[in-house]
Design a protein around this ligand. Structure first.
Ligand SMILES: Cc1ncc(COP(=O)(O)O)c(C=O)c1O
Length: 310
């Protein structure tokens, strides 16, 4: 592959077999490795799509600054795209964001506004909404921006159709809902029998990158009519599956990928045969400080329980 600049290296991620995790040979499991994007997550796709959409529509013009409330992957992706395109970016993030995330934002030149830890990402959204009222900023707002699901419709979903036309199930985590809505829609257009399955954290459990709809906020970009099934996953289930992915398939992915694998294995146990695609949203690098891969499982579980970080 050859490209003029780093933005051309976004998307086109590999789809790799993870058959050692399947409970039966008739059900084939596949992993879409979104950690292979330039900043290591699927959010590179939507960062580029939201910025270029705003450039085209005129919502973003030279001299304007960009502002986004984001706890991590989207901020880092926007920071990379803004660095390349020459925009100034400010991100509002909870003050307990992990050090890896803060450092990555800083190295791409983003300005950081810290918001109270106890308010989580909703606190960051509140602060960003107040700041944007000044008129100085363009806020892409991934939760409500149609360019988010569109990036997954045109990219993620289309790539899966091309690489595995016989796909029967699509499993992804629910954060903004952009992946499930966009890629899910594309797959159902290809074959209406494709089942779209969401992995969602149990209420009150933290699986980084994912959110529970039961908390009360339904992101505007989520089209719930695309979802056929929803699995609630605990942070322990996500942790164990993330470790299993590394142990059995030598794939190093983040904790939301564990939640997706957990849901995919439950689907696989229910069906007689099929081709199940799992979206692994990011690589494991930004989670090393959590001790998730510690040889001592009890320690890893305790750490996941006790660490409140974003
Ligand atoms: C690590 C991780 N996994 C999964 C997701 C969910 O993706 P989406 O926002 O498209 O629902 C996100 C995004 O918020 C994420 O950061």
């Amino acid at each position: 592959m050859r490209t003029d600049d780093i933005l051309g290296a976004i998307g086109g991620t590999p789809l790799v077999g993870i058959q050692r995790l399947s409970p039966k040979p008739e059900v084939r499991l596949w992993a879409k490795l979104e950690g292979q994007n330039p900043t290591g997550s699927l959010k590179d796709r939507i960062a580029l799509a939201m910025i270029e959409d705003a450039e085209r529509s005129g919502a973003l013009s030279a001299g304007m600054e960009i502002l986004e409330p984001t706890s991590g992957n989207t901020g880092i992706a926007l920071a990379m795209v803004c660095a390349r395109k020459g925009y100034r970016l400010t991100v509002a993030i909870p003050e307990n964001a992990s050090e890896e995330r803060v450092r990555l934002l800083e190295l791409f030149g983003a300005e950081i506004v810290f918001t109270p830890a106890e308010k989580g990402t909703n606190g960051s959204i509140e602060v960003a909404r107040r700041m944007v009222a000044s008129g100085k900023y363009f806020m892409p707002f991934q939760y409500g921006n149609p360019a988010n699901p569109r990036a997954h419709y045109e990219g993620t979903g289309a790539e899966i159709v091309r690489d595995l036309p016989e796909v029967t199930h699509f499993v992804a985590g629910l954060g903004t809902g952009g992946t499930l809505t966009g890629a899910g829609r594309r797959l159902k257009e290809h074959n209406p029998a494709v089942r779209v399955v969401a992995a969602e954290p149990e209420l009150g459990e933290l699986v980084y990158g994912l959110r529970s709809l039961d908390e009360g906020f339904v992101p505007p970009v989520l089209d719930e009519s695309i979802l056929d099934r929803k699995f609630l996953v605990s942070s322990h289930d996500a942790l164990r599956a993330t470790r299993e992915l590394t142990e059995k398939e030598a794939i190093f992915a983040g904790l939301s990928s564990g939640a997706v694998i957990h849901a995919a294995k439950r689907i696989a146990a229910e069906i007689d045969g099929g081709e199940v695609v799992c979206v692994l949203a990011d690589g494991g690098w930004k989670y090393l400080s959590t001790q998730a891969w510690s040889v001592d499982l009890d320690m890893a579980e305790k750490q996941v329980e006790e660490t409140l970080w974003w």
